[in-house]
Each structure stands twice: as structure tokens, then as C-alpha cells.
Design a binder for this molecule. Structure first.
Ligand code: HEM
Ligand code: HEM
Length: 260
């Protein structure tokens, strides 16, 4: 049995971890970006499919180069293995539910994988849209909870048990890599936040209809969101449009700007 994971497994472990953090940072902003987020939707979908492919590769590597023997038995060992299974389910489930939700959206926007290869839509019933969307959103939180447990376990081994388990996932017993590789997760998240466009500038108040000022901002928000959902298949555009109509009486017309 090897003493540590193969280099391929280690590279994939940290690359996937950083990409997932990026995906979550971008994903949380997508709903509110609307039309301005079109390129980010494409990027989120392309990187998400990359995570799916890398995870399949990682499962192949695991089969081809078996992992080192477990260090711990008992319920703690079983918990660690259970969390690993959960993490694999998250790495596969997050991209698959994302793919499912865009495949079942009312407005079908094609996905171009990194602007080049068209991604086919999955042949799923439209009725499964809500499930896919809810699952996609929930899986991110389940993933975060599993990673927290996983990191707590790694820290327990490193700080309390001092059994060197962490070096199975960090090449060369290098302290720089011990700090740098987990830091990639933070870098991924911060990069995801950094590329988001800034907040929408306040629209100037319409002087002709002062009474409508109070409802102007929400109307604008909903309009932007609905436009975004229509231009990319974010989710249930009709639901957002209905919400916009149901919540607000028709105020002053929003200031539309056609984007290139
Ligand atoms: C790699 C894993 C992925 C992760 C961790 C991830 C994470 C997320 C998160 C956290 C959100 C925000 C959900 C919310 O509003 O609560 C989101 C939204 C979204 N994701 Fe992903 N995603 C991944 C892959 C994908 C893929 C592969 C696609 C499509 C091919 C996709 C399409 C979308 C779309 C369209 C939205 C906006 C949905 C909405 O606003 O309801 N995602 N993603
Ligand atoms: C600071 C963050 C992280 C640390 C310190 C860390 C550390 C480790 C270590 C030491 C192992 C080997 C465990 C053993 O030999 O029994 C491992 C395995 C694993 N890690 Fe992480 N990890 C981190 C983040 C993540 C993330 C974000 C994911 C994915 C969402 C992930 C998924 C996995 C999986 C699936 C395994 C099991 C590999 C296998 O045996 O097939 N890890 N991790």
C-alpha cells in the first residue's frame, strides 16, 4: 500500500477544491446579476462542467492508483469515509443539478463550454426544474457543511493526534505547500467575488412621477432580474416576472438600456 495519495490525486484534490469555492462565490451572485451576468453565467456553467470532468478523472485515478490504507478504524474512521463519500456526491451532484436546471428552464439558452463547444441539454422533464434548482442551491450548503467536517477531521489528525495524515495530501512534507494548497480555496472564493460586476448605480428619480419613487427601486431590481433570466436561463423567469407584477403596481416605466 502506498504511504500517500498519488500526485495526480493530490493535484486533482486541491484543484477541484479551489474551483468549487470559485463556483460558490459566483453562483451566489448569479441570481441578482440578471442581464449583466450573462458572461458570468457562461463561465459558471463552463467551470462547473470542468469540475464534473475533473471529478470523473479523479474517480478514475482512484481506481487506477488506489488510495493509501485508512489510518483509523472505529466510528471516527467510518465518519471520515462517510464524509468522503458525501464529498464525492457533492462534487458530482453540484454540476449535475446545475446542468439539469439549465436543461429544464422555460427559456433555453445554449451553453457554450468556454465559448467553443456547445453543451447539449439533458433530456429531462420540465417538471423537474424546481427540484434541480432547489437541489443545486441546497447542495452548496451541504458541501460547505461536509468540507467543514472534513477540515475539522484533518486538523484533529494534524494538531491533536500528530499522525502525519495531512502529508498524504500534501507533497514533499513541504510546509509552504501545507499552507499554500488550502489557501487556494480562499483564493478561488476571493477570485469569484472579485470578478463580479459592481452594484447597479441608483437610477435617477423620475421627476414626472414623484409618487412612484417609493416603489421604483424594487421595480428596477425585478426588471433587471427578469431580463437576466430571460437572457440566460437562470431559473423560472416566468416566476420572477409574475413576482414583479404581483408585488408592485405599475409604477413609472424603468429606464431601459439595451446592452450590446
Ligand atoms: C461545480 C459545481 C457547481 C457549484 C458548486 C455551483 C454552485 C452554485 C450556487 C451556490 C448557486 C447559487 C444558488 C442559489 O441561488 O442559492 C448556483 C447558481 C446557478 N448555477 Fe451553479 N454550481 C455548479 C455548477 C453548475 C453547472 C455545471 C451549471 C450549468 C451547466 C450551473 C448553473 C447554475 C445556474 C444557471 C445558476 C443560477 C440559478 C438560479 O439563479 O436559480 N451550475 N450555482
Ligand atoms: C483545507 C481544506 C482541506 C484539507 C486540509 C483536506 C485534507 C485532506 C486529507 C488530509 C485527505 C486524506 C485523508 C486520508 O488520507 O484519509 C483528504 C481526502 C479527501 N478530500 Fe480533502 N481536504 C480539504 C478540502 C477538501 C475539499 C474542499 C474537498 C471537496 C469538496 C475535499 C475532498 C476530499 C475527498 C473526496 C477525499 C478522499 C479521497 C479518497 O480517498 O478518495 N477535500 N483531504
Amino acid at each position: 500500500m502506498p504511504q500517500r495519495y498519488s500526485l495526480a490525486a493530490i493535484i486533482l484534490h486541491w484543484a477541484i477544491a479551489a474551483l468549487l469555492a470559485f463556483q460558490i462565490a459566483v453562483g451566489w451572485a448569479l441570481g441578482s446579476l440578471g442581464a449583466r451576468g450573462f458572461a458570468l453565467f457562461q463561465l459558471h456553467k463552463s467551470i462547473g462542467i470542468t469540475v464534473l470532468l475533473l471529478t470523473l478523472l479523479r474517480i478514475g485515478v482512484r481506481w487506477w492508483k488506489p488510495r493509501p490504507a485508512k489510518l483509523e478504524g472505529g466510528w471516527q474512521g467510518a465518519l471520515a469515509s462517510g464524509v468522503h463519500v458525501g464529498l464525492y456526491a457533492f462534487m458530482l451532484g453540484a454540476p449535475l443539478t446545475g446542468w439539469a436546471l439549465v436543461s429544464t428552464a422555460k427559456v433555453k439558452v445554449p451553453t457554450l463550454f468556454f465559448g467553443v463547444i456547445p453543451l447539449p441539454h439533458l433530456p429531462l422533464p420540465m417538471a423537474s426544474h424546481g427540484l434541480a434548482e432547489g437541489g443545486h442551491s441546497l447542495l452548496a450548503w451541504i458541501g460547505i457543511a461536509l468540507v467543514a467536517l472534513h477540515v475539522a477531521g484533518a486538523l484533529r489528525h494534524h494538531v491533536m493526534m500528530r499522525d502525519g495524515l495531512i502529508w498524504r495530501m500534501v507533497p514533499g512534507r513541504s510546509t509552504a505547500l501545507l499552507l499554500g494548497l488550502p489557501a487556494l480555496i480562499l483564493v478561488g472564493f476571493l477570485l469569484g467575488r472579485a470578478i463580479l460586476p459592481g452594484a447597479v448605480p441608483e437610477a435617477p428619480a423620475a421627476p414626472a412621477a414623484p409618487a412612484a419613487n417609493a416603489v421604483e427601486a424594487p421595480v428596477e431590481d425585478n426588471a433587471v432580474e427578469a431580463a437576466g433570466n430571460a437572457s440566460d436561463n437562470a431559473a423560472a423567469p416566468a416566476a420572477n416576472e409574475t413576482a414583479a407584477v404581483a408585488e408592485e403596481p405599475a409604477g413609472s416605466p424603468p429606464a431601459w438600456a439595451v446592452q450590446p
